[in-house]
Write a protein that binds this ligand. Structure first.
Ligand code: ADP
Length: 372
């Protein structure tokens, strides 16, 4: 690329400005058009009236305290790459500058034509790549939103005809049970089962697509109370499987009650469903870390191989198609979504044949962040 580069130099020290301008002119293969300003206010004017390929910024300016200049410039100019010029040869300072949005950092005493030229070129490239990534992320979010809307509409539209089909099939089954030939009865039974399967899928899809949309109330939630609620819901399954479900004292955490209940329900339900040879033993525990709680659900079930441990959190992934084990492969994807909405993480550790432990780590919140 041989086109002219427009560079804004923000530097109040005339001597430094002179040296830097000289270096920039020497690196003038492409033609650097340099605009020199001495204050933040002048920089603001220049950015309002013109666009630049790169900005060289001295942080100590007469109208801006040193720790404020970068932040203000990032706000004024989200587009052009920023290179901070400073006399402070301090690595921590450099890292902080880059974290606050600068593309690079140059120590004035180490400047020369090549270093300056290289830094500008890299800063332009880096900023370009960063903006492209931000673009992709926005497009991805947008397309996910469309997909969610689509899934929601589809599930919603399918629900009514499905209810009609299921109702009709049930009526035929009830009113003509005795008159139906055995083969026809069997076909009817199979159809009803298939319709029930699709209904389950549709309901789960609807819940899944609504998880984001609901403007969820977040408040302190008693996880132990949620555990007892879930235990009561699963009692028939627990009894039927001769399972033992135990728990540690569980904390109050900050979140959405309905979603946290769904999360625990899915995890304990899976621990009971994907059992091994022995009667299920499930434990819900909690570890207190300084900034977060890690809640875990461990079982002595069939376990999950290392290869599958990531992908089970993707929607519609089912490792197990054992007849009689119901599910549509969306429970863990739902758990992941819930945990992400709580700004947490979910992962599994497991050994096939021995059992699995699902971990959920969620941040603790300071009382002043707790909404009433
Ligand atoms: P579903 O239970 O509807 O299949 P999930 O998303 O809840 O969907 O789980 C995805 C898959 O992960 C399951 O089909 C099963 O193979 C595996 N899985 C989930 N939980 C466990 C567990 N506790 N032990 C062993 N396998 C599990």
């Amino acid at each position: 690329m041989n086109e002219e580069r427009k560079i804004l130099l923000v530097e109040d020290d005339p001597e430094h400005a002179h040296v830097i301008t000289r270096y920039l002119r020497k690196a003038d293969r492409r033609g650097n058009k340099i605009s020199l300003v001495k204050t933040l206010a002048e920089a603001k004017d220049a950015l309002t009236n013109d666009s630049f390929d790169a900005i060289l910024l001295d942080l100590s300016l007469p109208d801006s305290p040193i720790h404020n200049t970068l932040q203000q410039m990032v706000q004024l100019n989200p587009v052009a790459p920023l290179i901070v010029l400073t006399s402070i040869n301090d690595l921590e300072f450099a890292t902080a500058a880059v974290q606050q949005g600068a593309q690079d950092y140059l120590v004035k005493s180490e400047l020369n034509t090549e270093a300056l030229d290289r830094s500008i070129r890299y800063a332009i490239e880096r900023k370009h790549a960063q903006m492209q990534l931000e673009d992709y992320a926005t497009q991805l979010k947008e397309s996910n939103r469309h997909l969610e809307n689509f899934a929601h509409t589809l599930a919603h539209e399918i629900r009514s005809p499905l209810t009609v089909i299921s109702g009709c099939l049930q009526m035929i089954e009830h009113s003509h049970a005795k008159k139906l030939e055995a083969e026809l009865g069997e076909l009817l039974g199979d159809s009803l089962m298939a319709v029930r399967g699709i209904s389950e899928l549709v309901e789960t899809l609807l819940e899944f697509s609504q998880a984001n949309a609901q403007q969820l109330a977040f408040k302190p939630v008693d996880l132990e109370a949620i555990f007892f609620h879930v235990y009561a819901l699963l009692r028939p399954l627990i009894n039927e499987a001769s399972a033992v479900v135990t728990h540690d004292p569980l904390p109050e955490i900050y979140g959405n009650e309905i979603q946290l209940r769904q999360l625990l329900l899915n995890l304990i339900n899976n621990a009971l469903k994907y059992r091994g040879d022995e009667d299920p033993r499930v434990h819900v525990g909690c570890t207190d870390h300084s900034d977060n709680w890690t809640i875990y659900v461990s079982d002595n079930g069939r376990g999950i191989s290392a290869n599958d441990q990531q992908r089970i959190f993707d929607a519609f992934t089912r490792l197990d198609v054992t007849p009689g084990i119901s599910g549509v492969g969306i429970g863990l994807a739902f758990c992941k979504r819930i945990v992400e909405l709580h700004e947490g993480k979910i992962w599994v550790e497991s050994e096939p044949g021995k059992g699995s432990t699902f971990f959920v780590s969620v941040p603790k919140r300071a009382p002043n962040e707790i909404a009433s």
